[in-house]
Design a protein around this ligand. Structure first.
Ligand code: GLN
Length: 319
């Protein structure tokens, strides 16, 4: 893509047309999967696109003040911009894949269709990990300990943990080499390569040498029942990696595998922190109660949906 210059009026006309297309799509799209916390807001997305390609801020867009400018520099040509917007509107490609970036917590993460776009609700997992560490009788054991992020995708959770716990080491696992390549880029970009180690494999399997040593295991595993994948909004079901979404027949297959394996990898008193789907809290609590965990807790996401579960391996004294 090559840079180009357009007049303010030309870009303004383009924006008007793009907005009309967006409102047609929004009016036509039926209510998406109720479980999905992130709903499409095309006006916001158009503003973000223009901010990225034309450096226009929200106020300039809102007031239309850029219309008076004789020349605006774009990072691509107008037909290329139009093509991107068509991919967004017609092919329903998520804007994050079109731009190759997703904002998440304080980071700007690289994303590709090899990884799930990190969701706002997943940001809470890091806050829960921080709170679990602070409330524990020995915070340093968590803050400077070894953590695992299972199914790291873009590396978001591992990066969030490494930043929240500057003395910790994070072991991040994914079964997809393409996802690991994206995570590696993000980790390099943020200068975290000495503190986040990447492994290719299934859940805890590559971490055998860390058995009994992990302070915390965090995961946002695939949890959508296979039969429900096709009902998700097209942005998700057509474009996001099913490997990161498909939780098997009942949606609980990955959660079950992680819950069963984690106690052997946690140090006594270590914490397991998982994201799950709306409606799964009861089953996940039962799964945890069948294994050796204590203090099982469920937490809501920002939309009030029961989304996270936290459980500890019992401390040494009670083993
Ligand atoms: N929350 C994601 C969605 O439905 C799913 C992520 C997952 O399966 N872990 O949009």
């Amino acid at each position: 893509m090559s840079t180009s210059q357009v007049s303010g009026q030309t870009l303004w006309d383009w924006c008007q047309a793009a907005q009309r297309q967006a409102s047609c799509l929004e009016a036509a799209s039926v209510v998406t999967h109720p479980e999905q916390a992130s709903q499409v807001n095309l006006e916001e997305e158009l503003a973000w696109l223009l901010q990225e390609v034309a450096g226009l801020d929200r106020l300039a867009l809102y007031l239309g003040s850029f219309r008076e400018k004789s020349a605006i520099t774009l990072s691509l040509t107008l037909p290329e911009l139009q093509q991107l917007w068509q991919q967004r509107i017609q092919a329903r490609t998520p804007i994050q894949y079109l731009l190759g970036v997703a904002p998440w917590r304080q980071f700007r993460l690289k994303v590709s269709p090899a990884v799930l776009i990190p969701r706002p609700e997943t940001e809470c997992l890091i806050d829960l990990a921080v709170a679990a560490a602070e409330q524990s009788p020995s915070p340093v054991k968590f803050q400077a300990g070894l953590w695992a992020d299972l199914g790291t995708g873009s590396g978001a959770i591992a990066i969030g943990l490494a930043t929240a716990f500057p003395l910790a080491t994070i072991h991040a696992v994914d079964s997809s080499p393409a996802a690991l390549a994206v995570a590696e880029d993000n980790i390099q970009e943020l200068d975290l390569a000495t503190r986040i180690h990447l492994y290719q494999g299934v859940w805890l399997e590559p971490l055998t040498r860390l058995k009994g040593k992990l302070s915390g295991i965090v995961a946002n595993p695939p949890y959508i029942p296979t039969g429900k994948l096709a009902q998700l909004q097209p942005e998700v079901s057509w474009h996001e990696p099913h490997l990161a979404l498909d939780g098997g027949r009942d949606g609980l297959e990955s959660l079950r595998a992680i819950i069963a394996a984690a106690p052997a990898y946690l140090r006594p008193g270590g914490v397991l922190l998982l994201e799950m789907m709306a409606g799964q809290a009861k089953s996940v609590r039962q799964l945890l109660q069948q294994e050796e965990y204590t203090q099982v807790k469920i937490y809501p996401d920002l939309a009030g949906i029961e989304r996270f579960t936290l459980a500890y391996r019992p401390p040494e004294s009670s083993l």
